[in-house]
Ligand binder design. Structure first.
Ligand code: GDP
Ligand code: GDP
Length: 454
């Protein structure tokens, strides 16, 4: 195809998807009472005390941002996991396995005054199997007299035991140096500062009214906002102010430029749509209310869902729908989009401007869902109740049990469930439905992955 410089820039340019800042995660694992929480406390210092002022908050949190020797990382606190989860018995080994899965490097804490127990050995086997880098902390060595007990932990086969006192701080600096040395530094990292204008893609098949809506939004509200961070980027994008707030409309150049019906135009348009979706945080999918849904419409919708972007369905040209047809039309839309009930719908007319003021509230709702995080405590209370009320059906004599769950990331919300067996697709969909009923998530796809443990 005849691609111009501008096209190439739009397709390849800064096509990096917007993701949450990703820092490597260091997990602290070990049996109850070996001093995990005390160590976490020591590493993150004062900030935990602040959190602890609010009862119930501390135990819900598992992930802390921490810093040592100028490096930022996430600290995964598993202290209390086994006590925390309502209705679910999580063994030390299961908690350890979940933590290993979710982290990039591990500190295994052993109580040197007790020595290695069979549970510690079980955890060591899991660590070996995972291949994740690990350092061994021999805790409760409050003075030089404990060094010998610490040295006995060489037996675990994890290399040098770092003798520490989490309580008094003895030796914790050396331990952290060793832990950071094995923590990977290369993480995909795209910073999204809080005050950046949010990025919107207007997508849909040709002639649904994208450029009309763009003109409505940009034409009336257009303010060239030079002073806002992040708006001096791609020339194919445009920053507009809507209801007093700046937004970036992604690839407005692609919408304005009429694509000729030449060979390959479809492919080109679809590629361009894909790029726009990936560069945006939310997609407004335009559909023509005066015509039946087409395969091309559903393909665009799938592109958004697969890319994990938030979404609002915009039914345009509502002015062409007669009063008497509206009810039936709503009904048939409802049926066509039964799988997409989670997406907010806005009926409007780009031509007359009718209901265009309903667009932004829907955008805000979808974006806040996309950003939403459910704490591990709340999630496991929810899972405990769900499993108690509606256990997974028995399959060939076995009943898969969900042991533990955590929201691994946002944008979009991604959940990881640890279970004792394979979960039926229908049961997964049931979990998704319940998650939505409980926590909202209107306007965002949700990803659920299941890790099976014997
Ligand atoms: P967790 O269950 O592994 O999170 O353990 P905690 O951090 O709650 O600690 C359990 C107990 O061990 C608490 O009473 C701590 O005060 C104590 N403890 C933790 N670290 C040390 C240490 O370095 N020396 C001594 N003497 N006690 C410690
Ligand atoms: P695009 O290809 O998606 O950018 O669609 P356009 O914005 O170019 O619109 C295609 C045609 O639909 C044009 O003739 C528009 O005037 C018309 N159109 C767009 N929005 C509306 C609307 O809300 N009502 C009506 N009646 N026509 C519209």
């Amino acid at each position: 195809y005849d691609l111009t410089e501008e096209d190439l820039a739009a397709l390849e340019g800064d096509a990096a998807p917007v993701v949450e800042e990703a820092l490597p995660t260091l997990a602290i694992i070990g049996r109850p009472n070996v001093g995990k929480s005390t160590l976490v406390n020591r590493i993150i210092g004062k900030r935990l005390a602040v959190v602890e002022d609010r009862p119930g908050v501390t135990r819900d949190r598992v992930n802390y941002r921490a810093e040592w020797a100028g490096r930022d990382f996430m600290l995964l606190d598993t202290g209390g996991w086994e006590k925390n989860v309502t209705g679910i018995d999580l063994s030390v080994a299961q908690a350890a396995e979940a933590a290993i899965e979710l982290s990039d490097a591990i500190i295994l804490v052993v109580d040197a005054t007790v020595g290695a127990t069979s549970t510690d050995e079980q955890v060591v086997r899991l660590l070996r199997k995972s291949g994740k880098p690990v350092v061994l902390a021999a805790n409760k060595v409050d003075g030089p007299q404990g060094e010998l007990e610490a040295a006995a932990l060489w037996n675990l086969g994890l290399g040098e035991p770092y003798a520490i006192s989490a309580l008094h701080g003895r030796g914790t600096g050396d331990l952290l140096d060793a832990a950071l040395a094995i923590l990977p530094t290369e993480m995909p990292q795209v910073e999204v500062p809080e005050d950046m204008p949010r990025r919107i893609a207007l997508v849909g098949r040709p002639n649904v009214g994208k450029s009309s809506l763009l003109n409505k939004l940009a034409g009336e509200n257009r303010v060239v906002v030079h002073d806002v961070a992040g708006t001096t980027r791609d020339p194919v994008d445009e920053t507009v102010e809507i209801d007093g707030r700046p937004f970036v409309l992604v690839d407005t150049a692609g919408i304005r430029r009429r694509v000729h019906q030449t060979k390959g135009a479809d492919f080109y348009a679809s590629l361009r749509t894909q790029t726009a979706i990936e560069r945006a945080e939310i997609a407004l999918v335009l559909l023509d209310a005066s015509a039946p849904l087409t395969e091309q419409d559903t393909r665009v919708i799938s592109q958004v869902v697969d890319a994990g972007r938030s979404m609002v369905l915009v039914f345009n040209k509502w002015d062409l729908v007669g009063e008497d047809e509206r009810f039936l039309l709503e009904r048939s839309i409802e049926q066509d989009l039964v799988q997409l009930r989670w997406a907010p719908r806005v009926n409007l007319s780009a031509r007359t401007g009718w209901h265009t003021n309903r667009l932004m509230p829907a955008v805000d709702l979808a974006l806040s869902s996309w950003d939403q995080r459910v704490s591990t405590g709340r999630l496991n209370t929810f899972l405990g109740e769900l499993v108690a009320e509606h256990p997974h059906p028995v399959r060939s004599g076995k009943q898969p049990k969900i042991l533990f769950g955590t929201q691994a990331s946002t944008r979009p919300p991604r959940f990881v469930l640890f279970s004792s067996g394979f979960l039926d697709p229908t049961y997964r969909r049931f979990i998704e439905r319940r998650l939505r009923e409980n926590f909202g998530f209107e306007g965002t796809p949700i990803q659920i992955s299941v890790r099976v443990r014997e």
